[in-house]
Each structure stands twice: as C-alpha cells, then as structure tokens.
Design a protein around this ligand. Structure first.
Ligand code: SF4
Ligand code: SF4
Length: 325
C-alpha cells in the first residue's frame, strides 16, 4: 500500500508576509484543487507533481518606461522587471524551504515548453493564476489589470506542496474601465471591442524579433539566392533588430496596449481628470509612431494597419507553415 504524503497546513498570513517582506508588490494564494482550475491542473502537476497550492506574485514595472516612444527603453524595463520577479520568486521559495515548504518556481515567460510547439507551450498560465488569486482581472487588452497598479505589472507563480488555512478568490470587480484606448492604439486590430482577442495578429507583429519572425528569418536565409533576394524579406534595419534581439534579449515591437492603459488606482484618477492630456502625451506618440507593422496578407490585421498612414504595412508569411516536401 502506498503511504500517503503528509501535507502540513500553513497560515495564509505567514506565507503572504514572507512574500511581501521579500519584495513582492502583491501576492495571492490559490488551491490547485478548485473547480475553476480543472484545465490548469495537469500542466501544474506536470511541472511539480506534489503541488497543492499556487503562490501568485506581482512586481510592478516603472510605468513611464513602458509609455516611452523610445521602445528600447520599454523593452529594457520588461526584461529588468522580469529578472527581478524571477529572482524574487526564488528568494521566496528559499525562505519557504526554511519553514518546511517545498516547491517549484515556474518560468515567468521564456524559455517555454517547445516540446509542445506549435501547440500550447506554457504549462502554467500566470494570468489565470493571478486572476484566481484575486490580483486582478483581464481587461480588454487581455492583460491582468491590478486594482492599484493596473497593467504595469509582471506576474509569476510558485507551485508549493503546502496547504493554506485560507485561499484567495477572484475579485468581484474588473479594474478595466472600458475606455477603449488599448483598441485605439493597437496597430494590428488584435484588440477590437466586441470581438475576441486576435492572438495571431498580435504575435505576428509584436514577436517579429522573437520566434515568429525568427522562423521567417531562417527561411529567408535558406531560400534566398543572393542578398538582393534576402533583402526583399529582411532589410538592413530588420536584420539589425534580429541581431539585437538575439544578442541582448528580445525586442518587443509593440505592447502599446499596456502603455496606454489607465486602469488601476495609481493612474485612473489622473486620467479621468484630464483624458486629453493622457491621449496627447501617451497614446498619440505611439499610435502615430512611424514604423513597420507586420501582418499576414488578406488578414483583418492588414486592413487595420493600412488605415494608419504612419505605419508601413509589411506582409510576412504566417508563422506556422508546412515545410516544402
Ligand atoms: S501588443 Fe500591440 S499588437 Fe498586440 S494587442 Fe497590444 S497593441 Fe495590439
Ligand atoms: S485601455 Fe481601457 S479598455 Fe483597454 S484594458 Fe485598459 S482600461 Fe480596459
């Protein structure tokens, strides 16, 4: 007969204090056996078979970096905060180890489970865990919006073997104020009010210097007869972008929906007091920024990108294509 593993119960207050003292900006606790996580359990248990609870933490980004039209500044902020939250999760786990809790820190983002490519390459959705942990709700921009910090946050999840005396539940109110600014700034139409989020349109453009564009880049190099043909696929600037992403970590081409979002106590009242200023200062420089927008021919994204005279529409192959036999 298999001996059942003993699971100790801890107070939620103790665990949360450990997370906050270590440097998390907010934390929520989720029991993995709740009904709403039925579809998430398999992935979490694959990563850590002893998982009983999930600690969801957030760390805030410097909002003004995210809003800058100098996108390399925003990119550095994503990476810096990403490193910070990854390190923090490990520190929290070390502190939990000292009181007898074992667990696994799940990667904040990349690298992911490419064994499953082109299917679902993440085992644990930090967004779903954060919502279940009461840290926010997804807004129209499909980002988790925290009631205080809005969209200027990064998420991480720690799977642990301990059980808590109390767990958190999703918030009753969504911090999204339905201002529609994210849809107005979105160059690909991935966000359109009343329509499902178009992940394909978003990733084709935003991930141009990540996996999506990388596959096109390899294909362009392999199939081009000479540099003239190669440069019809990737011009000098695009080659430089790819080099930068590979050398210094990925450049996101967009994330404007995060930059313009006025949800969250920290920013909402200023926005509501002077909406015009917010639009002039934050939305317009991004919406009117001259830049290429990467779209697949015939897509809704192409039609949307063509409506903005400041954008150069670049037609690119779809990400997943069957290689020639
Ligand atoms: S990242 Fe850019 S393309 Fe993607 S949804 Fe946000 S605004 Fe639209
Ligand atoms: S920009 Fe406005 S509509 Fe879009 S997610 Fe933020 S609050 Fe919601």
């Amino acid at each position: 007969m298999t001996k059942k593993l003993e699971t100790k119960t801890y107070t939620a207050e103790t665990i949360k204090n450990i997370c906050l003292e270590a440097g998390a900006d907010d934390v929520g606790l989720v029991n993995l056996d709740r009904e709403s996580l039925e579809k998430e359990r398999e992935g979490a248990l694959y990563v850590y078979p002893l998982a009983r609870s999930v600690i969801s933490i957030i760390v805030t980004n410097n909002r003004e970096n995210l809003q800058s039209p100098a996108r390399y500044v925003a990119n550095e902020e994503y990476h810096h905060t990403g490193d910070k939250i990854s390190e923090l999760s490990r520190e929290i786990l070390r502190r939990l180890n000292r009181i007898g809790i074992r667990g696994v820190v799940v990667n904040k983002g990349w690298p992911m489970n490419l064994d499953h490519f082109p299917g679902k390459i993440w085992d644990v959705s930090h967004k779903i865990m954060a919502v279940e942990a009461g840290l926010g709700h997804m807004g129209l921009n499909r980002l988790v919006l925290h009631p205080k910090f809005g969209s200027a946050i990064q998420l991480d999840s720690i799977l642990i073997n301990g059980v808590m005396d109390q767990y958190d539940r999703p918030l009753t109110e969504n911090p999204c104020i339905q201002c529609n600014l994210c849809a107005a700034v979105c160059p690909t139409g991935a966000i359109t009010k009343g329509q499902p989020f178009d992940l394909f349109a978003c990733s084709t453009h935003t991930y141009r210097d990540n996996m999506t564009g990388f596959q096109n880049w390899v294909e362009a190099m392999v199939t081009s007869r000479d540099m003239t043909e190669y440069s019809t696929h990737f011009n000098n600037r695009e080659t430089a972008f790819m080099w930068q992403s590979l050398m210094f970590r990925m450049s996101y081409r967009c994330s404007y929906c995060m930059a313009v979002c006025p949800a969250g106590e920290e920013i909402k009242s200023d926005y509501l007091k002077n909406k015009k200023d917010h639009v002039e200062r934050i939305l317009k420089p991004l919406r009117d920024r001259p830049e290429p927008v990467y779209v697949v021919a015939g897509s809704k994204a192409e039609a949307r990108a063509k409506r903005n005279p400041n954008k150069e529409v670049r037609i690119v192959p779809a990400m997943i294509r069957t290689p020639p036999k």
